[in-house]
Design a protein around this ligand. Sequence first.
Ligand code: NDP
Ligand code: MG
Length: 394
Amino acid sequence: MSVPARVCILGATGSIGVQTLDIVRRHPSRFVADTLVAHRNVESMADLCRDFRPRLAVMADAVAADRLASQLRGQGLDTRVEGGPDAVAAAAAESTIDTVVAGIVGAAGLAANLAAARSGKRILLANKEALVMTGPLFMSAVRQHGATLLPIDSEHNAVFQVLPEGRLVRGVRKVWLTCSGGPFRDLPDLDLASVTPDQACKHPNWSMGRKISVDSATLMNKGLEVIEAHWLFGAPAEDIEVVIHPQSIVHSMVEYDDGSILAQLGNPDMRTPIAHALAWPERIEAGVPPLDLVAMPPLTFRTPDRDRFPCLGLAYEALRLGGTAPAVLNAANEVAVAAFLDGGLRFTAIPRIIESTLARVPLVRQPDLDAVLQADCTARELAGALTRDRNFAR
Ligand code: NDP
Ligand code: MG
């Protein structure tokens, strides 16, 4: 019997983190939840520590780490508690860790993801924003340090599964990313300017964190995924297509020159891609009910409405511009979505803020990490100012 893989879960208290822990719990002889990382949700982290008894628990917020330590005191746990962003990155690079689940939301996950790549870990990537920001730098760190990168974003996991050895080969004509279309896909008469955060977060097929739920409603999630697919598989932007598939059963497809289209199907449950990547190249049980081919609804596909949901086109445009543009797109989106979730911005202002920020931040064509971080910072300041500008926010 081999030794269980020691897993570090970045974003342990989130949707991806909790679903990863569900798989870990099902396979105690294969995986150990060695390190759990979160931001400031002390109550959830304390529950996870009592449940999984990790070696290390890290809160990115140092005050939250102190609160966690005092909550865990006297409970008979050996869990060490650390705090602060440096402790998060160090946890991902720790020599005893085999597998890092990159499940932090947004640019906040970048430093830890890079640390995991530079330490040659097996990385299960959910945190698409960090890859969008630093595509070439992150991919070269993965190659240089012999890390193994396995996508768990369901579309990219599907593409990985239907490409020979998970890599683009000659004869691939197109990568087709499927898209549920979000909660507003079948409401053409709905005035998008008046939708609330709760309406936007009510995803028809998936239960996810609030930021990615809004991204799914604006189609920016699919835009970020186009950029993610470009970096993961090296596919040119013009060969990556998005198709609306409301049933979320076909998770994505690869079209080959000989006329074949290979697809990966399954019930919409993130535990399938997470289990696939945790066990790869083997397969394990994920707690996901088998897809009932006879009872499932008819599978339908249609073209996305880019006029109603301009974020998709903005993401293609940022990918075409290259350099720091995807980082600027991502930063402006994070700021705009946070303002929308806070009730301070209309849904329809999100793409306008992103477009305007993209136009204003100077493009650096071949940025190093400092230039990316600088562009991220400038974009956040500009987008923040735009969210407070009545002409944009309304
Ligand atoms: P959630 O909002 O549910 O969880 C986010 C997690 O990140 C929480 O554990 C949170 O901790 C942690 N976190 C936030 N900021 C920091 C920080 N500064 N330092 C350390 N930890 C931090 O998000 P999701 O799980 O939905 O999404 C996570 C990522 O996975 C995103 O990039 C998303 O795009 C991607 N993804 C998610 C899918 C899903 O089904 N949910 C599907 C495909 C991709 P705390 O609880 O303490 O705030
Ligand atoms: Mg996805």
